[in-house]
Ligand binder design. Sequence first.
Ligand SMILES: [Ca+2]
Length: 206
Amino acid sequence: MWRSALSAAVVVGGMLVLARIALAAPPLLNPSFEQANTQTDLVAWTEFGNVFQEPVTPLTGTYSVKMFGNFTTDGNLSGIFQDVAATPGEGWTAGVNVRHNTGDALTFNNRALLKLEFLNASFTQISFVENTILTSGSALNTYTHHTAWALAPVGTSWARISLLYVQDPFDAGGAAFFDDASLVPEPSAMVMLGFASLLLARRRSR
Ligand SMILES: [Ca+2]
């Protein structure tokens, strides 16, 4: 009796540890792009190239983020990114919704990318995954949701979500609209292993 009570207490304790880890994860700020100092200065995000907060086809709230090319060189980039503190061994999922609209659809090889990066304490990139999420062949006038997942490698201090627009060739037209980004960690493999062993101990004590 006391053993099962003890193991139940241990399991509850383990759940509290997991809950605390989930709560401790710093959230992505301004994920729906509703806050901006100016149209080209989103709160909590770093922008480069042609990036604008626009009251155009938002998924939620009033605003989306519009991106298009810089008309400079083939493969030029516009984009935004945000960093969140991360720990080696955590699995991270980056997500966003993207669309293009009739009248300003993507042309040629123009495309939008969702990139999940891991950086060390000096903000040097140590690994990344990158998914193409919008092309000239994508359906018009509808948001699609996309994710990218990766394990934070040894040396990780930061996880970064990057939303990018590639203009290729440099004179190709079309704009991408993004809304409702996310960047979420899972508990590390070691924590999950510990939790699983607690559950096993509970089962054996019955
Ligand atoms: Ca929004």
